[in-house]
Design a protein around this ligand. Sequence first.
Ligand code: ADP
Length: 159
Amino acid sequence: MRRAIYPGSFDPITNGHLDVISRAAKLFDEVVVAVAFNEAKSGLFSINERIEMIRGATGQIENIRVSRFDGLLVSFAQEQNACAVIRGLRAISDFEFEFQMALMNRKLNASIETIFLMPREEYTYLSSRIVKEIARLGGDVGAFVPQAIVEGLREKFRG
Ligand code: ADP
């Protein structure tokens, strides 16, 4: 059983994340989408809202599980019996931080490999942060996130 962890904030999940998830699901027997819980950094959506949104958006992919995690990523990966951590790489700007994290995680646990996946080109400029900013200003985010999330964003910014 080859299991991978795809960790992130997913606040909210975007089509870029979904692109990475579907690529990872083809490579591994199971992919655990792990939503990072950080008490100090509360997002726009609660952890449960984010988990529900990911479940809704990935329902058609059989080998996906969604879970929350806190603490050290490599410890969570080990607990879950995972052999790999998936990260998405968009552009050069992601590289430095991701490279540092991957090498640090290897130092902490050499048996877990970090795998980088590139999304479709049109998603390389997509981030949760920019989607929230557009939605907050009343722009149309329908091309960037699934419909349920368009509605979730509308709810959050209503008023
Ligand atoms: P974090 O807060 O850990 O960066 P995110 O939820 O923003 O969490 O992202 C999780 C992972 O998905 C990261 O590896 C990030 O680089 C990747 N990612 C985010 N947006 C995209 C995208 N549009 N295309 C491909 N990968 C992405």
